[in-house]
Design a protein around this ligand. Sequence first.
Ligand code: AMP
Length: 221
Amino acid sequence: MVIVLLGAPGAGKGTQAPILGAHLGVPILASGDLLRAVAADPSSAVGREVDAIMKTGELVPDETIVRIFLDRLTAPDARDGAILDGFPRTAAQAAALDAALAQTGRRVDFAILIEVPEAELIGRMTDRWLCRAAGHIYNIRTHRPLVEGVCDIDGSELYKRADDALDTVRARMAKQLAPLAEVVAHYRAAGVLHAVDGRQGIDIVTGRVIAALGAEGAAAR
Ligand code: AMP
Protein backbone atom coordinates (compact mmCIF):
# COMPACT_ATOMS: atom_id res chain seq x y z
CA MET A 1 0.00 0.00 0.00
CA VAL A 2 1.54 3.31 -1.08
CA ILE A 3 0.18 6.25 0.91
CA VAL A 4 1.03 9.88 0.20
CA LEU A 5 0.58 12.32 3.08
CA LEU A 6 -0.29 15.80 1.85
CA GLY A 7 -0.64 19.05 3.73
CA ALA A 8 0.81 22.51 4.13
CA PRO A 9 4.03 22.89 6.13
CA GLY A 10 3.05 22.35 9.78
CA ALA A 11 -0.17 20.43 9.05
CA GLY A 12 1.05 17.39 10.98
CA LYS A 13 2.45 15.08 8.29
CA GLY A 14 5.67 14.48 10.24
CA THR A 15 3.72 13.76 13.43
CA GLN A 16 1.27 11.36 11.80
CA ALA A 17 3.73 9.53 9.53
CA PRO A 18 5.56 7.52 12.26
CA ILE A 19 2.27 6.63 14.01
CA LEU A 20 0.75 5.40 10.74
CA GLY A 21 3.97 3.64 9.74
CA ALA A 22 3.98 1.67 13.00
CA HIS A 23 0.26 0.88 12.63
CA LEU A 24 0.56 -0.32 9.05
CA GLY A 25 4.03 -1.90 9.36
CA VAL A 26 5.51 0.07 6.46
CA PRO A 27 8.51 2.45 6.32
CA ILE A 28 8.22 6.23 6.23
CA LEU A 29 9.98 8.06 3.44
CA ALA A 30 10.23 11.73 4.44
CA SER A 31 11.60 14.03 1.75
CA GLY A 32 12.58 16.73 4.27
CA ASP A 33 14.66 14.22 6.26
CA LEU A 34 16.33 12.93 3.08
CA LEU A 35 17.17 16.49 2.04
CA ARG A 36 18.43 17.47 5.50
CA ALA A 37 20.81 14.50 5.36
CA VAL A 38 22.06 15.65 1.94
CA ALA A 39 22.37 19.27 3.17
CA ALA A 40 24.41 18.16 6.18
CA ASP A 41 27.37 17.33 3.90
CA PRO A 42 29.12 20.59 3.02
CA SER A 43 31.75 18.70 1.03
CA SER A 44 29.21 17.91 -1.73
CA ALA A 45 28.06 20.54 -4.24
CA VAL A 46 24.50 19.17 -4.13
CA GLY A 47 24.57 19.33 -0.32
CA ARG A 48 25.58 22.98 -0.37
CA GLU A 49 22.93 23.83 -2.98
CA VAL A 50 20.15 22.01 -1.09
CA ASP A 51 21.18 23.63 2.20
CA ALA A 52 21.05 27.12 0.65
CA ILE A 53 17.61 26.51 -0.91
CA MET A 54 16.08 25.03 2.25
CA LYS A 55 17.17 28.10 4.22
CA THR A 56 15.10 30.30 1.90
CA GLY A 57 11.90 28.24 2.28
CA GLU A 58 11.81 27.53 -1.49
CA LEU A 59 11.29 24.07 -2.92
CA VAL A 60 14.39 22.17 -4.05
CA PRO A 61 14.41 21.68 -7.87
CA ASP A 62 12.23 18.80 -9.07
CA GLU A 63 15.10 16.90 -10.71
CA THR A 64 17.14 16.92 -7.49
CA ILE A 65 14.40 15.69 -5.14
CA VAL A 66 12.96 13.23 -7.69
CA ARG A 67 16.39 11.56 -8.03
CA ILE A 68 16.97 11.41 -4.27
CA PHE A 69 13.44 10.31 -3.40
CA LEU A 70 12.94 7.67 -6.09
CA ASP A 71 16.32 6.19 -5.18
CA ARG A 72 15.01 5.71 -1.61
CA LEU A 73 11.64 4.39 -2.86
CA THR A 74 13.32 1.54 -4.74
CA ALA A 75 15.10 0.25 -1.60
CA PRO A 76 13.95 -3.28 -0.63
CA ASP A 77 12.17 -2.22 2.58
CA ALA A 78 9.73 -0.06 0.58
CA ARG A 79 8.78 -2.82 -1.88
CA ASP A 80 5.58 -3.82 -0.05
CA GLY A 81 4.45 -0.32 0.75
CA ALA A 82 5.47 2.99 2.24
CA ILE A 83 4.19 6.22 3.67
CA LEU A 84 5.43 9.18 1.67
CA ASP A 85 5.79 12.33 3.79
CA GLY A 86 6.54 15.53 1.89
CA PHE A 87 6.82 14.04 -1.60
CA PRO A 88 5.40 14.79 -4.12
CA ARG A 89 5.21 18.57 -3.61
CA THR A 90 4.71 19.61 -7.26
CA ALA A 91 2.66 18.27 -10.19
CA ALA A 92 5.91 17.25 -11.97
CA GLN A 93 7.00 15.24 -8.92
CA ALA A 94 3.58 13.55 -8.78
CA ALA A 95 3.91 12.53 -12.44
CA ALA A 96 7.46 11.21 -11.84
CA LEU A 97 6.19 9.20 -8.87
CA ASP A 98 3.30 7.69 -10.88
CA ALA A 99 5.72 6.68 -13.64
CA ALA A 100 8.21 5.11 -11.19
CA LEU A 101 5.50 3.13 -9.38
CA ALA A 102 3.95 1.97 -12.68
CA GLN A 103 7.27 0.32 -13.57
CA THR A 104 6.64 -2.21 -10.77
CA GLY A 105 2.87 -2.41 -11.34
CA ARG A 106 2.11 -0.15 -8.39
CA ARG A 107 0.29 3.12 -7.88
CA VAL A 108 -0.50 5.63 -5.15
CA ASP A 109 -3.35 3.90 -3.33
CA PHE A 110 -4.26 6.73 -0.98
CA ALA A 111 -3.44 10.44 -0.91
CA ILE A 112 -4.39 11.78 2.52
CA LEU A 113 -4.70 15.56 2.75
CA ILE A 114 -4.39 16.84 6.33
CA GLU A 115 -6.25 20.16 6.35
CA VAL A 116 -5.40 22.93 8.83
CA PRO A 117 -6.30 26.63 8.40
CA GLU A 118 -3.33 28.76 7.36
CA ALA A 119 -3.61 31.00 10.44
CA GLU A 120 -2.95 28.03 12.74
CA LEU A 121 -0.02 26.66 10.73
CA ILE A 122 2.44 29.49 11.39
CA GLY A 123 2.23 29.10 15.19
CA ARG A 124 2.58 25.34 14.93
CA MET A 125 5.93 25.70 13.18
CA THR A 126 7.41 28.56 15.18
CA ASP A 127 6.50 26.67 18.42
CA ARG A 128 7.91 23.36 17.15
CA TRP A 129 10.89 21.51 18.65
CA LEU A 130 12.36 18.23 17.40
CA CYS A 131 14.58 15.62 19.01
CA ARG A 132 18.08 15.08 17.64
CA ALA A 133 17.94 11.28 17.72
CA ALA A 134 14.75 10.54 15.80
CA GLY A 135 12.91 13.76 14.94
CA HIS A 136 10.11 13.25 17.50
CA ILE A 137 8.04 16.43 17.41
CA TYR A 138 6.98 18.67 20.33
CA ASN A 139 5.17 21.99 20.59
CA ILE A 140 5.87 24.44 23.41
CA ARG A 141 2.16 25.24 23.76
CA THR A 142 0.21 22.11 22.89
CA HIS A 143 2.58 19.17 23.32
CA ARG A 144 5.37 20.01 25.80
CA PRO A 145 8.04 17.49 26.76
CA LEU A 146 7.99 16.33 30.41
CA VAL A 147 11.50 17.77 30.92
CA GLU A 148 12.27 20.99 29.07
CA GLY A 149 14.65 20.47 26.15
CA VAL A 150 14.64 16.65 26.43
CA CYS A 151 12.77 14.09 24.30
CA ASP A 152 10.24 12.03 26.34
CA ILE A 153 10.76 9.03 24.09
CA ASP A 154 14.53 8.69 23.69
CA GLY A 155 16.07 11.31 26.05
CA SER A 156 17.89 13.14 23.25
CA GLU A 157 18.25 16.91 23.07
CA LEU A 158 15.45 18.98 21.51
CA TYR A 159 16.33 21.61 18.88
CA LYS A 160 14.57 24.02 16.52
CA ARG A 161 14.76 23.53 12.76
CA ALA A 162 16.57 26.45 11.12
CA ASP A 163 13.69 26.88 8.64
CA ASP A 164 11.09 27.13 11.45
CA ALA A 165 12.14 30.76 12.10
CA LEU A 166 9.19 33.09 11.46
CA ASP A 167 10.51 34.69 8.25
CA THR A 168 11.31 31.34 6.67
CA VAL A 169 7.98 29.89 7.78
CA ARG A 170 6.20 32.76 6.01
CA ALA A 171 8.32 32.16 2.89
CA ARG A 172 7.54 28.43 2.95
CA MET A 173 3.82 29.18 3.06
CA ALA A 174 4.07 31.74 0.27
CA LYS A 175 6.05 29.43 -2.00
CA GLN A 176 4.64 26.00 -1.23
CA LEU A 177 0.85 26.38 -1.02
CA ALA A 178 0.24 26.89 -4.76
CA PRO A 179 2.18 23.78 -5.85
CA LEU A 180 0.44 21.81 -3.08
CA ALA A 181 -2.92 22.74 -4.64
CA GLU A 182 -1.73 21.24 -7.94
CA VAL A 183 -0.72 18.00 -6.24
CA VAL A 184 -4.10 17.83 -4.49
CA ALA A 185 -5.81 18.29 -7.87
CA HIS A 186 -3.64 15.52 -9.35
CA TYR A 187 -4.79 12.97 -6.76
CA ARG A 188 -8.39 14.17 -6.79
CA ALA A 189 -8.43 13.51 -10.54
CA ALA A 190 -6.94 10.05 -9.91
CA GLY A 191 -9.80 9.32 -7.45
CA VAL A 192 -7.51 8.55 -4.48
CA LEU A 193 -7.73 11.79 -2.49
CA HIS A 194 -9.13 11.76 1.05
CA ALA A 195 -9.21 14.99 3.08
CA VAL A 196 -9.16 14.86 6.89
CA ASP A 197 -9.63 17.69 9.37
CA GLY A 198 -6.20 18.18 10.99
CA ARG A 199 -7.25 20.69 13.67
CA GLN A 200 -7.91 18.20 16.48
CA GLY A 201 -5.47 16.35 18.77
CA ILE A 202 -2.92 13.88 17.39
CA ASP A 203 -4.95 10.73 18.26
CA ILE A 204 -8.15 12.06 16.72
CA VAL A 205 -6.38 12.92 13.46
CA THR A 206 -4.74 9.47 13.40
CA GLY A 207 -8.19 7.88 13.83
CA ARG A 208 -9.55 9.92 10.95
CA VAL A 209 -6.69 8.91 8.68
CA ILE A 210 -7.13 5.23 9.54
CA ALA A 211 -10.86 5.56 8.88
CA ALA A 212 -10.06 7.12 5.49
CA LEU A 213 -7.81 4.14 4.67
CA GLY A 214 -10.91 1.97 5.19
CA ALA A 215 -10.68 -1.79 5.59
CA GLU A 216 -6.96 -1.95 4.71
CA GLY A 217 -6.09 0.58 7.42
CA ALA A 218 -8.29 -1.09 10.04
CA ALA A 219 -6.95 -4.57 9.30
CA ALA A 220 -3.30 -3.55 9.62
CA ARG A 221 -1.35 -4.66 12.69
P1 AMP B 1 9.77 19.42 5.32
O1 AMP B 1 10.64 18.78 6.36
O2 AMP B 1 8.90 18.43 4.63
O3 AMP B 1 9.00 20.61 5.84
O4 AMP B 1 10.76 20.01 4.17
C1 AMP B 1 11.74 20.98 4.51
C2 AMP B 1 12.21 21.67 3.25
O5 AMP B 1 12.79 20.72 2.35
C3 AMP B 1 11.10 22.34 2.42
O6 AMP B 1 10.80 23.64 2.92
C4 AMP B 1 11.76 22.38 1.04
O7 AMP B 1 12.75 23.39 0.97
C5 AMP B 1 12.48 21.03 1.00
N1 AMP B 1 11.61 19.94 0.46
C6 AMP B 1 11.06 18.90 1.16
N2 AMP B 1 10.37 18.10 0.34
C7 AMP B 1 10.47 18.63 -0.89
C8 AMP B 1 9.95 18.27 -2.17
N3 AMP B 1 9.18 17.18 -2.33
N4 AMP B 1 10.25 19.06 -3.22
C9 AMP B 1 11.03 20.15 -3.09
N5 AMP B 1 11.55 20.56 -1.92
C10 AMP B 1 11.27 19.81 -0.82
